[in-house]
Design a protein around this ligand. Structure first.
Ligand SMILES: C[S@@+](CC[C@H](N)C(=O)[O-])C[C@H]1O[C@@H](n2cnc3c(N)ncnc32)[C@H](O)[C@@H]1O
Length: 400
């Protein structure tokens, strides 16, 4: 039965301002014969920020997303602004019920109330927010749809950005007002966008701007990235066509963070070598296939690598171990971690490196011995060492 619209809106207003019981609300659609609302869709969630409970308003129009947090205590005006716009549908989920309001052609409200699904009580209010807050990258970001990112890729981006967040202090505390990030072998730029959105916000909180450059040899993916960045209205997000080995995203300046997600085979080594030469303080690389060392192990009759599948797996381990040692020799503190469950990608290892200063004395000797023992025992020279021959030679000289 239709209800008087102002009464229905007053009910919705009360539900939105009852933050402890609110899970989420969405305003969407357009009332017939009315001016369109400012945004196509607005989602409202309760969030707990450092300075207390807030309502978070996420407005989307096409691929453009804007987010505004308003303290709950002062959110009446923002809620009134929202409800004052001619949305055709309002959907509110609380701890106890789901309320849908549809505005009819005559301007009345068709209200439907249903009990909340099981578990909604736990999902509502700040507890709900704690879960939502754990997401650093919005999986519903329209840009992912524009770029064609599937669920697994979105999860990989979230997991990658989570690793980036753990190293954010090392990325963001540099001198200057501009933070520089580069995504090498960016492909369809899912990570480039996800990282730029998150890091951009983190940089802004510190009064800095972020410039992120995605680099790829493929002109088509770079063109798509550029188009999507322009459509999303994202300042500071740029793309460059070219090889990783020759990339110069910031002439005369070093990137503060170098990222590479699944850059094929030795493209990961190119990314690591580039980062070392730039002297970038933070490097995050989730390698892809490892054919270089695998090829060098071919013909080795040792039982560990006699069978192709074992050789492939062992080559993965040996390659990343040697990459880690090379980076340590060249002044990075390195961890190799599982950044995402293997259900979402079999390539789920990540090299996290933070510039820490060249090793010296017994530590340097130990690292060199570990590197030499492994390469001699398996008769391999990894691509990263070939790319950084002069740098490694200098390290050997320093150890004498
Ligand atoms: C497997 S895709 C991964 C793309 C993206 N990082 C992702 O995770 O969705 C690898 C990308 O690296 C690019 N690539 C491979 N070797 C490269 C090189 N040497 N220089 C620049 N780009 C390279 C390819 O064109 C491709 O787009």
């Amino acid at each position: 039965m239709p209800t008087d619209l102002p009464t229905a809106l007053a009910d919705v207003r009360a539900l939105l301002l009852d933050a402890p019981n609110l899970a989420r609300a969405v305003a969407a659609g357009r009332r017939k014969g009315c001016e369109p609302p400012a945004a196509e869709r607005v989602e409202v969630r309760p969030v707990t920020l450092k300075n207390g409970p807030h309502l978070q308003f996420t407005a989307r129009t096409g691929p453009v997303v804007t987010t505004r947090n308003v303290p709950v205590a002062a959110a009446g005006g923002a809620v009134d602004d929202l409800l004052g716009q001619a949305y055709g549908n309002l959907h509110v989920e609380t701890a106890t019920e789901v309320v849908q309001v549809r505005v009819t052609k005559k301007g009345d409200a068709q209200v439907h109330r249903a009990p909340a699904p099981e578990g909604a009580r736990d999902a509502a209010g700040p507890a709900r927010h704690d879960k939502a807050k754990q997401r650093l990258v919005d999986p519903d970001d329209p840009v992912f749809r524009v770029l064609g990112a599937g669920g697994d890729k979105r999860r990989q981006v979230e997991a990658f950005v989570r690793q980036l967040a753990t190293l954010a202090p090392a990325v963001l505390t540099g001198d200057g007002e501009r933070v520089r990030a580069v995504d090498l072998g960016c492909g369809n730029a899912y990570l480039t966008f996800g990282a730029h959105r998150w890091l951009g916000e983190a940089a802004r909180e510190r009064g800095k701007d972020l410039v992120t450059v995605g680099v790829d040899v493929r002109e088509d993916v770079v063109a798509t990235g550029r188009r999507a960045a322009a459509e999303a209205g994202l300042p500071g997000l740029e793309f460059a066509v070219g090889s990783i080995a020759g990339a110069e995203p910031f002439p005369d300046e070093r990137p503060d963070v170098v990222m590479a997600l699944h850059a094929c085979d030795t493209a990961t080594d190119e990314a690591l070598a580039r980062a070392v030469r730039w002297g970038s303080p933070v490097v995050l690389a989730a390698p892809c296939c490892h054919r270089d060392v695998q090829r060098q192990l071919h013909g080795n009759r040792a039982p560990l690598v006699r069978h192709a599948i074992l050789r492939e797996r062992f080559a993965d381990v040996l390659t990343d171990t040697l990459r880690s040692l090379v980076l340590q020799l060249l002044g990075y503190r390195v961890e190799v971690v599982e950044f995402i469950d293997s259900a979402h990608t079999p390539r789920n290892a990540m090299i996290r490196a933070v510039r820490a200063g060249a090793p010296r004395g017994p530590r340097l000797a130990e690292l060199l011995a570990e590197y030499d023992d492994l390469t001699r025992a398996w008769g391999v020279e990894p691509a990263l060492a070939r790319m950084l021959t002069p740098e490694l030679e200098r390290v050997r000289q320093a150890a004498l």
